[in-house]
Every structure is written in C-alpha cells, then in structure tokens.
Ligand binder design. Structure first.
Ligand code: NAD
Ligand code: MG
Length: 337
C-alpha cells in the first residue's frame, strides 16, 4: 500500500483542517483517500464490517533478522499513515515513546503528532529506516520529532534517554513504555539464561529505569502508558519468558498507578492481541503461527497498529482523567479477563 501522506498538497489539507478545527470554524476540508475518493477530513471512517477490514490470513512466509523492519513486511502494516485523523486532543503535549519506529509504537507516534503533541522516539540503531519514516510523518503533522536511538537494556542509556527527550521537547508529560523483546521457544529447555535476561531487561528493567527517570520530570496531568499483552492472561506455549514479563507489566502499572496518583500522574496499560508488526516476523512466532496469524481470534485476522492507536491517545489525554491503574484490551475478541 502506498501512502499519499508524503504529498505536500495532502499535508496542507490535513494541517489546514486542524487549523480550521482549532479556530472552531466549521468548514469542510477534503482529503484524498487511499481508494482515490475524496472524503471530508475529520469525519469518521465509513461503517464497515471489522472482520472484512485489512489483510486476512493466510500470510506469506517471511522472516527478517531481529528486530525487523515494518518497511520490509508483506503486507505492510497499517500504522494510520493514511487514515488517522487528529482533533487537537493532545495539543502542546510532549511524549516519549520507546519502540516508536514501527508497529504499535509508530501508530501511537503518528496519532500523538496528529493530535498536536511533539514526539520523541527511541529505537535500535538498526531500525533507522523505519524511524526516519516516522520522523517524516511527525513533521508532516507540523510537530517536532526527536530521535533517540539506543539499547534500553542499559540503565545509563535509559536515564540519558529520558533526560535528552525532556530537554529536546522542553518537558515530558506522556511516557509510553512500548519496546519489547519476543522470541518464540517451544520449551523452557530452549531458553538460555542469556535470552531470558535479554527479554527481562528489555521488557521489565528498562520500563522500571525509564519510568524512574521520568517521574520527577512529569507535571500533574501526565500519563504513563505501558504496553502489556493478551498473553499476560493466557500465556501461549511458545512465549514463556515474554508472557511472564507482560504479566509483570500489568502488575507494575496497577501498583505504580496507586503510588503516582498523589503526584497527579496516571498510569495504565494496553493489552493488545495479535497485531501485524515486525516483532512477529523477526523471531516472535513460529513460521506456522505466522502464516495463520490472527486466525485464532474471533475476528479471524490480526489487528493493524492503526486499530489500537486511539487507545493510547485516549489514555494520554485529559479526557481519561478518571482512568488510572486500568488495562485496556484490543485483542480481536479473545483474551481479557
Ligand atoms: P515492533 O517490533 O514494531 O516494536 C517493538 C520495538 O521494540 C522495536 O521496534 C524496537 O525498537 C524496540 N526494542 C526492542 N528491543 C529493544 C532494545 N533493547 N532497545 C531499544 N528498543 C528495543 O512490534 P510491536 O508488536 O509493535 O511491539 C510493540 C509492543 O506491543 C511490545 O511491547 C509488544 O510486546 C506489544 N505487543 C505486541 C503484540 C503483537 O501481536 N504485535 C501483541 C501484544 C503486545
Ligand atoms: Mg521496529
């Protein structure tokens, strides 16, 4: 699928529509959709059967070296590049998103920027091509993009990351701990101590370190959002270590929410089901699971990152002021407690 967001004319239309809304003037603005039909900007997507939307399994065999690139997936994930319409819900906010180059983190980055936030993203140096695509999209939304590549398994790096993000953005009021390591192993006997450590460092320690560095910088009204998973409720056979960390993220989010509310900071988690992202094609699934990815869900297909971005926007926004210590699911019909 080719994004037409890169066209300056569309960019002006989107920005024009945002400016029109900000001024409170009702004026129809029209943008070109991927199907080539003009439709009003800032109107809801047309009514459509969710089971029929997006790519359906079976998928082609594909394997990328970890951490993988969204750019090279077939079909390409939909992160909302063409579809996400902002309405100033995060105007002036300052967000740091780990794993913001691809998948769910990229969808959140695009959505945040189109809602008026400046966005810093962290990712691994190998993911620079995906990261640059996100930077371009944030700029097209008229917002500041900050790139902070590096490995979050290192405590010193995590502290620096938060400091640099806050410096570059002029503050920090949204933190999305979203980066993760997921590798499929059929048996506990196949998980080396090194692999176990890698997963736990990325998924739990880094969240702890980054959050600890961020809390003193975050003003009342700020929001921390941690990406968990449906596997925290029902661990699949091949993701023992990963699932354990995702359950830990739920518990951490609920406990931290109780601590931080006295500072006016809300903490929540998002628990996605199967989503079509590089995590899955770079060792996160067996090839058999990948080909039928999402077919176990009642919806019969995987989610696309664009289908979950709204939850991050909601949890980040002041609209969610009574929402803390919660876990929001989007898992195609399976899984949540
Ligand atoms: P993704 O591959 O697009 O994102 C994961 C990101 O983690 C990578 O882009 C990478 O930048 C980052 N990362 C990994 N190790 C890192 C390290 N050591 N240092 C810095 N960055 C590192 O895949 P995704 O599916 O969008 O994953 C985002 C989140 O969603 C993860 O927390 C994942 O567990 C969660 N999740 C995904 C699914 C799914 O089916 N895709 C389901 C449930 C939960
Ligand atoms: Mg990536």
């Amino acid at each position: 699928m080719q994004s037409d967001d890169h066209l300056p004319s569309r960019r002006r239309l989107i920005q024009g529509a945002a400016a029109t809304l900000a001024a409170g003037v009702a004026m129809p603005a029209f943008a070109q959709s991927s199907s080539g039909t003009a439709q009003p900007a800032n109107t809801p997507a047309p009514l459509s059967d969710p089971t029929k939307r997006y790519a359906q399994p079976p998928f082609k065999e594909q394997k990328q070296p970890w951490p993988g690139l969204a750019r090279d997936m077939d079909p390409k994930p939909d992160h909302g590049e063409e579809s996400y319409q902002g309405s100033n819900r995060l105007a002036g906010r300052k967000a740091l998103i780990t794993g913001g180059d691809s998948g769910i983190g990229r969808a959140a980055a695009i959505a945040f920027a189109r809602e008026g936030a400046d966005v810093a993203i962290n990712y691994l140096p190998d993911e620079e091509p995906d990261a640059q695509a996100v930077v371009e999209l944030i700029h097209q939304a008229g917002r500041k993009a900050v790139t902070l590549p590096g490995d979050i398994r290192d405590e010193g790096f995590c502290r620096n990351l938060v400091e640099k993000a806050s410096e570059a953005l002029g503050g920090l009021d949204i933190l999305v701990n979203n980066a993760a390591r997921q590798q499929s192993h059929q048996s506990i006997l196949d998980i080396s101590s090194e692999e176990f450590d890698w997963t736990v460092k990325t998924n739990l320690y880094a969240m702890f370190w980054i959050t600890k560095a961020a809390v003193p910088l975050m003003p009342p009204g700020s929001s921390i959002i941690n990406t968990s998973s449906v596997v925290s409720y029902d661990p699949p056979v091949n993701l023992l270590d990963y699932s354990m960390t995702k359950a830990g993220i739920v518990n951490f989010s609920k406990g931290l929410a109780k601590q931080l509310i006295e500072k006016g900071i809300r903490v929540n988690a998002v628990a996605p089901g199967p989503f079509w992202t590089p995590l899955q094609v770079s060792g996160g699934q067996t090839m058999e699971n990948l080909k039928s990815f999402g077919s176990d869900a009642p919806l019969g297909r995987p989610g696309q990152p664009a289908e979950i971005a709204h939850i991050y926007v909601y949890l980040a926004s002041t609209e969610a002021s009574y929402v803390t210590g919660q876990v929001y699911g989007a898992s195609g019909g399976n899984g949540n407690p």
